[in-house]
Each structure stands twice: as structure tokens, then as C-alpha cells.
Design a protein around this ligand. Structure first.
Ligand code: GLY
Ligand code: MN
Length: 462
């Protein structure tokens, strides 16, 4: 049972802003190849957070001067009822979330154009769908191309503040998404046999997510070429000796997400070379959870994890020199060119559409431009109630190795002759979802997906 208090959230939002009106456009159906053949509907996450109505064509408005709240949308016609069945009225939907006022799309236009004519401040979040941009352009008179830049920074910051700290009902819902993720990943491990096509396993995982009533939280990444970070090509036949990387998660029917990655040996047994690198990534993964606690910046956790990676690779002979210096210079990013993790909630990369710099950074913790660290989506100080992913990796990307070698890059820290022998290795990533608690952190999900070499080999050989 999901029991979010939408009215309380809207009231909390009102206390953070000064005056004017706020518009929260919900999403519309998104046509696939013609209007009546749409992609699965996905509501806008901020609209869901404050208004909770999971239907296309709705808009929420809050008048900050009068404190009146509105839900707008068009009631269904008889034609709609014939094809789609009966639907609740907009008035009833408004009442179900404690909103006193409701109206049609035309009423919305009248309210917003009047506010615009009166030069009242109109707050809206950066739009990311073109139909929403067209609607805002028409109502506000701001060209679609300028809408994103003119979005309300006070609203962005207020929404980020509220959505960053998860309520107990949200944490429960994320745990439900994690439980679906557990089923997806343990199924992938059992199916990972030589001769099986990647697409078959990816399709089964997507089906598991769908069987719970919603869908995956992002397009499933599943490949024996795991060195490509977001590999959506699933056309390979699995071969003994390769590692299969699966990065996949589910959404619940209330649209909260999970996001897990596991990397397993095709056929069920790691080679000793695979084990060596795998155990370094396990150490990185465990180090993050040991370090993550309120008050700690995630950027520091990321940097500490990179030192664990660099030390492990030095012990294997792939890196050399002083580990702290190597990480400060960014040499380790040859092997881990991405960040340690991101916020997660209603979006798998939570609130990314509002601007990563506002979600993951603040006045104190600024984003970096260094290769690798620049891809860290979340850097700022952790607070109790944040949900974040812990996803270190180690990849051997032949094109990047060749480029850096040709440029003589970081030759004080990288043993290219040895690294070259790993060009057929692929990549490893291990990802869990973490809740920041009052005193530390804990993994989310009732059951922990097999992680250690022993746990993975056991489930693959059951
Ligand atoms: N799991 C996909 C990502 O974090 O980008
Ligand atoms: Mn992730």
C-alpha cells in the first residue's frame, strides 16, 4: 500500500517559494509510429510527486499568493468510454489528492495566460518533451527553444530539496522495486550459459519487470562486451570465457525505481584473471557502503573508491607509482571513466532532468571537469534519507587504451605493456542501491543479489 501525502508535499513546497503560480505539466501519451499506437505511458516524476495522478493529459497548478491548488485535464467523452472504458472525472481525481479546484485544458490556458498578462511570476521546471514545450510556449509566450533556460531556479531548488530526502513510504516503494530487481538479476545469472543469445535473457528480464505491472526503470544493459558502459546491443551469443554484464532495474506501479548491476562469468566459473579484477571491484563496492554516512560528501566516497581501484590495479601490475597522486591526476579513469553513483527515486537518475548541477552539487561541492570525475552525477554531502547507487566498475576499453597510449598519457602511473594484454577482458560493474541512514547506510532490497565470487558461482551452478 503506497500512501503518499500529496497535500503535505504541496504545502511544504509552498513554504519554499515567494509568490506567483507554479505549473506542473503532466506527460501526454507519446506516439510510437502513429498517435493511437503509443509507448507505455510514463507520467512526469515531479507531477507524480506533488499530484500523484498517473494519467496522461493532466496539469497541476499552485497559486502561491492565494494558496489555491488546481488540477486541470479534460473529462473523457463517450467515444473515449467506448474504447478505453469508464474513467474518473477530473473533479474526482482532484478530490482524491486533496485539490479543491479542477477544470479543463481550456480553463488551464485561461488561468495561465491571464497570469502571464498580469506579469505574475510563473514557475515551471525545465520541460523535456516537445509537446509540453509547445503547450508552455502557447500559454507563456516564451519560444520553445528558450523555455529550458527560463525555467524557475527557485522551483528547481525547492523540488530538489524535497525529492532528495525520501519519505518512509518512498523507501518502502523503492524496496519493492529492488525486490523485482533481485528476481531479474538472479534469473539472468541462472540463464547465463554458453550458446544463449543476450537478447533472450534481456527479454526475460524486461518481461519480469512488466509482469509486476510497470516496466524496467531504463533500457536494460546486458552484454558480454561490458566494457561499453551503456551497451544496449543484445545480439551476441554468449561464449565461455566472457563476462556478462547486466545493468537493469524495475519500476513499481507507483513509478519508484531500482538499478542494479552484476557481472558474471558465462558458464558459471570465473577464471583466475577474472577473479583478480572482480575482487578489486567488490572491494570498491564494499568500501563505498562502509564510508557512506550523513555529512560525508559522495565525491569523497568516489575518490576513496578510486584509490581502492588504483591500489588493486597496482597490486596486479597494471598501475604503478603513488596511488593518491595517480587518482588526483585522473590516471585511474582509464579503467573507471564514470562516477560512483547517482540519486535514485521516481527517476532512476533521480531528478536528472532538473539539472544535474542542482541535484548532485551545491555551493560547497562543485562539479569537476576532469575526465572520469566529470561524470560523477552526485557529489554533495549526504543526508539521512538520500537514496543513491553504489556502482564502481573496471573496464578495458581498447580504443581508449590505444588513444592514451599513443598520447603517452599518465606513463608514470600506467603500465601499458601489461594493460594491452587485457584488451579482450571486457568490463565489470557491480551496483547496489543504498539508503543513507541516521548513522551510516544500508543496502535496499529484502534479499541481496549474489555479489561475491562464491555467491555468484553458487547460484550459477545450483
Ligand atoms: N544503471 C544505468 C545508469 O546508472 O546509468
Ligand atoms: Mn546506476
Amino acid at each position: 500500500m503506497f500512501n503518499a501525502d500529496y497535500k503535505k508535499r504541496r504545502q511544504a513546497l509552498q513554504t519554499k517559494l515567494q509568490g506567483g503560480i507554479i505549473i506542473f505539466p503532466g506527460n501526454n501519451e507519446a506516439p510510437c509510429n502513429y498517435p493511437d499506437n503509443a509507448y507505455k505511458f510514463r507520467q512526469d516524476s515531479s507531477f507524480l510527486y506533488f499530484f500523484g495522478i498517473n494519467r496522461p493529459g493532466m496539469t497541476g497548478v499552485i497559486d502561491l499568493d492565494s494558496s489555491e491548488e488546481y488540477l486541470f485535464g479534460d473529462d473523457v467523452t463517450m467515444d473515449d468510454i467506448i474504447w478505453m472504458g469508464p474513467q474518473p472525472s477530473v473533479k474526482d481525481m482532484a478530490a482524491s489528492i486533496g485539490v479543491d479546484n479542477s477544470g479543463s485544458t481550456q480553463d488551464l490556458k485561461t488561468l495561465v495566460t491571464t497570469a502571464a498578462r498580469q506579469r505574475r511570476q510563473i514557475h515551471y521546471l525545465p520541460p523535456y518533451r516537445h509537446d509540453t514545450m509547445f503547450a508552455l510556449e502557447e500559454m507563456l509566450g516564451i519560444p520553445a527553444a528558450e523555455l529550458k533556460a527560463k525555467a524557475s531556479l527557485p522551483l528547481i531548488k525547492a523540488v530538489v530539496d524535497l525529492r532528495s530526502v525520501k519519505e518512509p513510504c518512498e523507501i518502502e516503494e523503492i524496496e519493492r522495486a529492488c525486490d523485482i530487481g533481485y528476481e531479474m538479476h538472479t534469473t539472468a545469472m541462472r540463464l547465463c550459459k554458453p550458446g544463449v543469445k543476450e537478447q533472450y535473457i534481456a527479454g526475460v528480464l524486461d518481461g519480469i519487470a512488466a509482469s509486476y505491472g510497470s516496466m524496467t526503470s531504463f533500457a536494460t544493459i546486458l552484454s558480454q562486451n561490458g566494457e561499453t558502459l551503456h551497451n544496449h546491443y543484445h545480439g551476441n551469443i554468449l561464449q565461455t570465457g566472457k563476462l556478462m554484464l547486466t545493468d537493469a532495474g524495475a519500476e513499481t506501479v507507483n513509478n519508484y525505481c531500482s538499478d542494479f548491476t552484476r557481472t558474471v562469468p558465462v558458464g558459471g566459473r570465473f577464471t583466475s584473471r577474472q577473479k583478480d579484477v572482480y575482487n578489486i571491484v567488490v572491494a570498491c563496492h564494499d568500501h563505498a557502503i562502509d564510508f557512506a554516512r550523513p555529512g560525508q560528501t559522495w565525491k569523497e566516497v568516489h575518490i576513496n573508491v578510486c584509490k581502492v581501484l588504483a591500489q588493486g590495479l597496482k597490486d596486479l601490475g597494471l598501475m604503478k607509482g603513488n596511488v593518491d597522486d595517480a587518482v588526483a591526476a585522473g590516471a585511474h579513469a582509464l579503467f573507471m571513466p564514470h562516477g560512483l553513483g547517482h540519486m535514485m527515486g521516481l527517476d532512476v537518475h533521480d531528478m536528472e532532468g532538473l539539472g544535474q548541477v542542482y541535484v548532485g552539487y551545491d555551493e560547497e561541492t562543485r562539479p569537476s571537469e576532469q575526465f572520469g570525475l566529470a561524470s560523477l552525477r552526485m557529489g554533495r554531502r549526504l543526508q539521512e534519507g538520500f537514496v543513491i547507487t553504489d556502482e564502481p566498475g573496471c573496464y578495458f576499453i581498447p580504443a581508449l587504451i590505444d588513444k592514451w597510449r599513443a598520447e603517452n598519457k599518465f606513463t608514470d602511473f600506467l603500465n601499458y605493456d601489461i594493460i594491452d594484454t587485457y584488451k579482450d577482458f571486457g568490463g565489470i560493474r557491480l551496483e547496489d542501491d543504498v539508503l543513507i541512514t541516521a548513522t551510516g547506510s544500508r543496502f535496499l532490497g529484502k534479499k541481496h543479489i549474489p555479489l561475491t565470487v562464491e555467491e555468484v558461482e553458487n547460484i550459477m551452478n545450483e
